[in-house]
Write a protein that binds this ligand. Structure first.
Ligand code: GDP
Ligand code: MG
Length: 296
């Protein structure tokens, strides 16, 4: 699945682990978006573990590396995962979906909608991407596939749509409201201000909301993804991430870099991984499984 696997496959099949082997490992981790500081820390730990466990064959080191990365990623794993636990079903749970253009926001909303419905929850969608008519239509298509209603407005702004949608969700007694937004870069100040306003309006319409502020991150954006998460988190206080497009050429290491960057202090959890364009192509994130997939 991941690009990393191809490079590492031969490393873990070689018959010795000398200095050149460690260097080759270091290089493939860096090439897989794990990032330099994270890679160096992993390599140091791996060398230590190899020494203390007296492990030298590639399979033993592979197992140690999988353990190490699982430990590194573990703080990003939500326990429990809010995809499956919904605290209070008497008021709508509001999920605000944000991120750059083309990251997979609208697609992920379609997948989330399906997942929540499969848990017997009633879902309402809100077309907060008011910049393009095509964006509204795209969300309506996902609504149609899931047979759920989509709250839209002609010419309204995102805050107005969100406000309207919350009142609809309350009066319909919907369990979950998912609000789509237009893509933006964290460097576009006025657009970030708009998102802050959307968040404020949501909180006024329903105290405690949004319950989730999710950044959708394209798994192919590499080290740039790291800056995206930092900037969106600083501006909006993310509760979680969904990392998409991990079915393609993504190298997948960016999640390791995230874990390293956020090792101290509050951090968004990785709720799920997008692994395709289809409605069911969403997998909950667990550290151990992800580490296994990276190195197996
Ligand atoms: N391969 C793959 N494609 C995805 C995934 N998620 C979204 N896409 C595709 O990425 C493109 C942009 O997705 P979209 O949801 O419109 O992004 P948005 O601009 O953030 O709303 C579309 O062609 C989607 O089908 C994924 O997990 N894997
Ligand atoms: Mg969209």
């Amino acid at each position: 699945m991941f690009g990393l696997r191809k490079t590492l496959g031969s490393l873990f099949k070689s018959n010795q682990t000398d200095e050149a082997w460690f260097e080759a490992l270091e290089e493939s981790l860096i090439l897989s978006d794990v990032g330099l500081p994270t890679t160096q820390q992993l390599i140091i730990k791996l060398r230590k573990a190899a020494k203390s466990e007296k492990a030298s064959n590639p399979e033993a080191l592979q197992a140690l590396l999988i353990d190490e990365v699982a430990t590194l990623l573990s703080p990003l794993e939500p326990k429990p995962n809010p995809l499956y636990i919904h605290a209070d079903m008497n008021v709508p749970e509001v999920w605000l979906i944000i991120g750059v253009n083309g990251a997979g926001k609208t697609t992920t909303i379609g997948k989330l909608c399906r997942l929540f419905q499969s848990q017997g929850k009633s879902v309402l969608l809100a077309a907060g991407d008011t910049f393009r008519a095509a964006a509204r239509n795209q969300l309506q298509e996902w609504g149609g596939r899931n047979q759920v209603d989509v709250i839209t407005q002609e010419g309204g702004d995102a805050a107005a749509v969100a406000h309207d949608a919350i009142h609809s969700a309350i009066s319909r007694k919907s369990n979950i409201l998912i609000i789509d937004t237009a893509g933006r870069l964290a460097t576009q100040d006025h657009l970030m201000e708009e998102l802050k306003k959307v968040k404020r309006v949501i909180g006024k319409a329903l105290p405690g909301a949004p319950h989730q502020t999710l950044l959708i991150l394209d798994g192919n954006t590499g080290q740039n993804g790291l800056s995206q998460v930092k900037a969106f988190h600083a501006a909006l206080g993310l509760t979680g991430l969904v990392v998409t497009k991990l079915d393609g050429t993504a190298k997948g290491g960016v999640i390791c870099a995230l874990a390293h960057t956020f090792q101290n202090g509050p951090k968004p959890a990785v709720l799920a991984l997008g692994k395709g364009e289809g409605i069911d192509d969403l997998t909950p994130f667990t550290a151990r499984q992800y580490s296994n997939e990276l190195f197996n």
